[in-house]
Design a protein around this ligand. Structure first.
Ligand code: PLP
Length: 420
């Protein structure tokens, strides 16, 4: 979206009108369209880094849980909260509905889908669990998923197994696949005539591995099986549009890579899949073919939702392709310097196309907890320990963000060298 488009869409939002110009002025300068900044052009990325507040106490390499907001988005969210508090229920009763449509429209444009296929939720958990709980499950129905999927969704499938007697078929995705075909056929072998839903992560959260989702969706479709994509880590990290994936359902969290306030997500449901999905929370307002039937959540923090256009505006000043290539550069910068060290195991594929920001590393002589603790206590490096034998992943997850500097990654590399 260019500057004019951004201003036009912000102008649609009642409370956003006065803030749009200010936010744009506060953004780091955009690079020339004809000369896109290279992933390793530190001059350019320093300007983006300046758009964030930094924690002086720690090197934050744990941006997989959620990503802090850049300064202009943070300021906008505070301003929206103040304005909302000023107008109170007048705002809720007279303007909330129009603003919600405008926000959804912006997100639909960002995701490349139709307005009628997308709603704003609280997070990926709510989005995907709405889908899993919305099926008319019958005893003996089967669902396919991986040990490497996110625990909340696996728990929801287990609940359906207890409640309706469905059977969950689990696959295990290798940390270092030979090819896309190896992964696609893993999923294909788990499909049977009883399979009613297949869940797949676009980016595996514990290793950062990008899965060949389009190929998995095409394969599943050839068996008549719908696919639900967990896009928690792909949305606004990777450069794609939701329909590119060929999936039926897609959920993501906007507080992760879009840098929106905590507690925001999206659910995409392909138009022809909407009528058969039951809402998690009862709704009597919308018809069965209207996606808003899935969104009857009661009173909610509208000021956060009003900040979504600001977060999109910041993202678009950088650009999806440029952001993806910078995040991949940062990950490759440190992993290529440690992966051949004796005593180190990289739990993330080496091929750049199979990864972006996230990677997982193990120092073989230390437990994940111990490694994360030593890095924090001795080097002020904040990561997260992943100890999941069922998923064959033991190590620490390292997730830089756009504000991460190569000097900070040098500290990580030095620490890992010292520990081995
Ligand atoms: C792959 C994946 N799916 C789902 C989630 C859940 O996200 P949220 O807590 O925002 O619902 C996460 C969170 O880290 C995740 O990594």
């Amino acid at each position: 979206m260019n500057k004019r488009d951004f201003l036009k869409s912000v102008a649609l939002l009642g409370l956003g009108v006065s803030s749009g110009n200010k936010i744009l002025r506060a953004l780091p300068p955009a690079p020339s369209e004809t000369e896109p900044a290279a992933a390793n052009s530190e001059d350019f990325w320093e300007k983006i880094q300046a758009g964030y507040v930094r924690d002086p106490d720690r090197i934050n390499l744990e941006n997989g849980y959620y990503c802090v907001m850049p300064k202009p988005t943070l300021e906008a969210s505070v301003r929206h909260a103040r304005e909302q508090n000023l107008q109170g229920t007048y705002y809720l009763r007279t303007r909330q509905a129009d603003d919600k449509v405008a926000t959804r429209s912006m997100l639909a444009k960002f995701g490349g889908c139709e307005l009628g296929e997308l709603i704003v939720t609280r997070n990926t958990t709510e989005s995907l669990d709405t889908v899993v709980s919305g099926f008319d499950w019958r005893q003996g129905d089967e669902a396919v998923m991986a040990f490497q999927d996110y625990p909340s969704m696996l728990a929801m499938f287990k609940q359906q197994a207890r409640r309706y007697g469905i059977v969950n078929r689990m696959v295990s995705v290798p940390n270092h696949p030979e090819s896309d075909d190896e992964i696609v056929s893993l999923y294909e072998r788990a499909i049977s005539p009883k399979t009613r839903l297949l869940m797949v992560c676009h980016v595996v959260n514990i290793t950062g591995q990008i899965l060949p989702v389009r190929k998995i969706c095409d394969m599943a479709r050839s068996h008549g099986v719908p696919v639900m994509v967990d896009g928690a880590h792909s949305f606004a990290q990777l450069d794609f549009k939701i329909p590119d994936l060929g999936c039926d359902y897609f959920g993501a969290s906007l507080h992760k890579w879009l840098g929106a306030p905590l507690g925001l997500g999206i659910l995409y449901v392909r138009r022809d899949r909407i009528p058969s999905l039951w809402p998690l929370l009862g709704d009597a307002e919308y018809g069965s073919d209207d996606i808003r039937k899935l969104n009857h959540i009661g009173t909610n923090p509208v000021h956060s939702e009003l900040t979504i256009p600001d977060a999109i505006g910041f993202h678009n000043r950088i650009g999806s392709a440029r952001k993806e290539s910078r995040l991949r550069f940062l990950q490759q910068y440190w992993t290529t310097q440690v992966r051949d060290l004796a005593g180190i195991t990289l739990n993330t594929p080496f091929e750049p196309s199979r990864t972006c920001a996230i990677a997982n590393v193990r120092v073989n002589s230390r437990s994940p907890d111990e490694l994360a603790r030593v890095l924090l206590e001795r080097h002020r490096i904040w990561t997260v320990a992943i100890d999941n034998p069922e998923a064959s992943v033991r190590g620490i997850r390292v997730t830089p963000n756009l504000f991460t500097t190569t000097a900070e990654l040098d500290t990580l590399i030095g620490a890992l060298r010292e520990l081995t």
